[in-house]
Design a protein around this ligand. Structure first.
Ligand SMILES: Cc1cc2nc3c(=O)[nH]c(=O)nc-3n(C[C@H](O)[C@H](O)[C@H](O)COP(=O)(O)OP(=O)(O)OC[C@H]3O[C@@H](n4cnc5c(N)ncnc54)[C@H](O)[C@@H]3O)c2cc1C
Length: 394
C-alpha cells in the first residue's frame, strides 16, 4: 500500500530514525487491542517514542531535536495510524504543540523549553476546547490574569484534554487579558508543576479510546514568559490549524490504508481459491481503491502545499491556504469513515468480529472520531465565511 511520504530523507533504511520508528510501531501494534479495551493511555508506545528520541522529532536540530519537516512528521503518524489510531493521534497532537512552540516561541524562556522538549523528551498536550464554546478554537471565554512579579493565572473549564493526566506540559488558549474580546487570544505554555487538573469527565468513548480525552477543571499559575510571542490568530493560521489538519489526516490515511489492506487480503484469498470466477467483492475492492487513491492524493498534496509555504507567512495567511486546509480536514474525515465502512462490507464477518486477525471493529469505531473532533460543521461554517470573499483561487 502506498505510503504518503516514505521517501523522506531522514526516514532512509538503516538510519537510527527508521529503527526507532519501526520499534515504536511494533510496540504500538502489540498493545493496541489492550489500550482500546481498557481505554488506557498507550504508555508502552510513548515510552518507545521517548527511548527513540521521537518525542523530539519536531524540535529543530539547533535545539537538540531531530528537526524533521512536516512531511516526515506526517510519515511517523501515518505509520502509527495503521496499527493504533490512538497512539497516532497522541503523537500528532504532541507534534502540533511542539511546532507551535518552535515557530512562535522566540523568547529565551521558550527556547529553553524547546531544548527541554528534546533533552527530556517532554510530552505536550493541548487545551483549546472550552465549555460552552465547543470546537471553535478561535474563541475563548477564559482569560490570562496578570499577577505580581511576572506571573500569570489561568483557569479554564476544559471538556476534553487528550492524555492531560499523562502530559509533561499543556498549551492552553485564553483571552489575552480580562478586557480582551473572545477572539483576542494567546497561547500559553504551562509545565505540569504549574497547574492542577481536577477531573470532571471520564473517557469511556466509542473510539480513540487510548487518547484518554478526559474533561478537567484546569487551574494554573505560571511565568508571564510562558505566553507565546505571537498572538493566537497568527499561530492558528500558520501552524496550529494546518499542522493539525495535515497530521490528523495522515493518521486517518494510515487507518484507511490498513482497512484497504484487510479488504485486499480477503478478496485475493477468495480469488486464489477460485481463479476462474473472481469474487463479486473484487468490484467492491476496485471501488474502494478510488476512495483510497483520492484520499492519498488529497493528503499528500496538502502536506506538499504546507511544506512549500512553510517559510512564507503571506502564503500561510492567505484565504486559499486556509480554505484548502479546512477542506482537507472535512474531506479526509469523511473519507476515512467511508473507506473503513466500505472495507467492512468487503471483509464481511471476519471484519465485523472483534477478535479476528482481519477485524476492522476497532478501526470502524475509531473512524467516527475524525468528523467529531472539531465537528465538520464547524469547519464548513468557517469555510463558508471565507468563501464569501474568495476570488475562487485554489
Ligand atoms: C478523540 C478526541 C480528542 C480530542 N482531544 C482534544 C484535546 O486534546 N484538546 C482539546 O482542546 N479538544 C480536544 N477534542 C475536542 C475537539 O477538539 C472538539 O472540538 C470538541 O469535542 C467539540 O465538542 P462538541 O462536539 O461538544 O461541540 P461543538 O463544536 O459545539 O459541536 C456540537 C454540534 O454543534 C454544531 N455547531 C455548534 N456551533 C456551530 C457553529 N457555529 N457552526 C457549525 N456547527 C455548529 C456542530 O455541528 C455539532 O453538531 C478532542 C475530541 C476528540 C473526539
Amino acid at each position: 500500500m502506498t505510503e504518503l511520504s516514505g521517501n523522506a530523507s531522514v526516514a532512509g533504511e538503516g538510519s537510527d530514525f527508521r529503527r526507532a520508528l519501526t520499534s515504536m510501531v511494533a510496540v504500538a501494534a502489540e498493545n493496541a487491542a489492550d489500550v482500546d479495551h481498557n481505554s488506557r493511555f498507550p504508555q508502552e508506545a510513548i515510552e518507545a517514542a521517548r527511548n527513540g528520541s521521537l518525542l523530539g522529532a519536531a524540535v529543530p536540530s539547533e535545539f537538540g531535536g531531530l528537526g524533521l519537516n512536516i512531511a516526515e512528521l506526517c510519515h511517523i503518524v501515518e505509520q502509527l495510524g495503521r496499527v493504533c489510531s490512538s497512539t497516532g493521534m497522541v503523537m500528532a497532537m504532541h507534534y502540533i504543540q511542539v511546532l507551535c512552540l518552535s515557530r512562535h516561541g522566540r523568547s529565551e524562556y521558550l527556547q529553553q523549553v524547546l531544548r527541554r522538549c528534546a533533552k527530556e523528551q517532554l510530552l505536550l498536550a493541548s487545551a483549546t476546547t472550552e465549555v460552552n464554546i465547543g470546537g471553535d478554537s478561535r474563541s475563548s471565554s477564559c482569560a490570562v490574569r496578570a499577577l505580581p512579579e511576572g506571573q500569570i493565572e489561568l483557569k479554564k473549564t476544559c471538556p476534553v484534554i487528550s492524555y492531560g493526566r499523562f502530559a509533561d506540559a499543556i498549551l492552553v488558549t485564553a483571552r489575552r487579558n480580562e478586557d480582551a474580546v473572545a477572539s483576542d487570544q494567546v497561547l500559553v505554555y504551562l509545565p505540569a508543576d504549574d497547574y492542577q487538573l481536577n477531573k470532571t469527565f471520564d473517557w469511556d468513548a466509542l473510539g480513540m479510546r487510548g487518547t484518554c480525552s478526559e474533561g478537567f477543571e484546569f487551574a494554573g499559575i505560571t511565568e508571564q514568559a510562558g505566553v507565546l510571542d505571537d498572538l493566537f490568530e497568527k499561530i492558528s493560521a500558520e501552524t496550529m490549524l494546518p499542522a493539525a489538519h495535515t497530521l490528523w489526516a495522515s493518521v486517518w490515511y494510515g487507518m484507511a490504508a490498513k482497512a484497504g489492506e484487510n479488504a485486499r487480503t480477503v478478496v485475493q484469498r477468495a480469488a486464489r481459491k477460485n481463479p476462474e470466477n473472481p469474487p463479486p467483492s473484487a468490484l467492491r475492492l476496485a471501488e474502494l481503491e478510488v476512495s483510497l487513491q483520492s484520499m492519498a492524493e488529497l493528503v499528500r498534496s496538502a502536506i506538499a502545499r504546507y511544506q512549500a509555504g512553510w517559510q512564507s507567512p503571506e502564503v500561510l495567511e492567505s484565504l486559499q491556504f486556509a480554505i484548502s486546509m479546512n477542506t482537507l480536514k472535512v474531506a479526509s474525515a469523511d473519507l476515512v469513515r467511508k473507506i473503513v465502512g466500505d472495507a467492512m462490507l468487503i471483509v464481511g464477518i471476519a471484519g465485523f468480529a472483534n477478535r479476528s486477525p482481519l477485524s476492522l471493529a476497532r478501526l470502524y469505531r475509531d473512524s467516527i472520531a475524525p468528523s467529531v473532533m472539531v465537528n465538520n460543521d464547524r469547519i464548513y461554517n468557517h469555510t463558508s465565511t471565507l468563501l464569501l470573499v474568495s476570488r475562487g483561487e485554489r
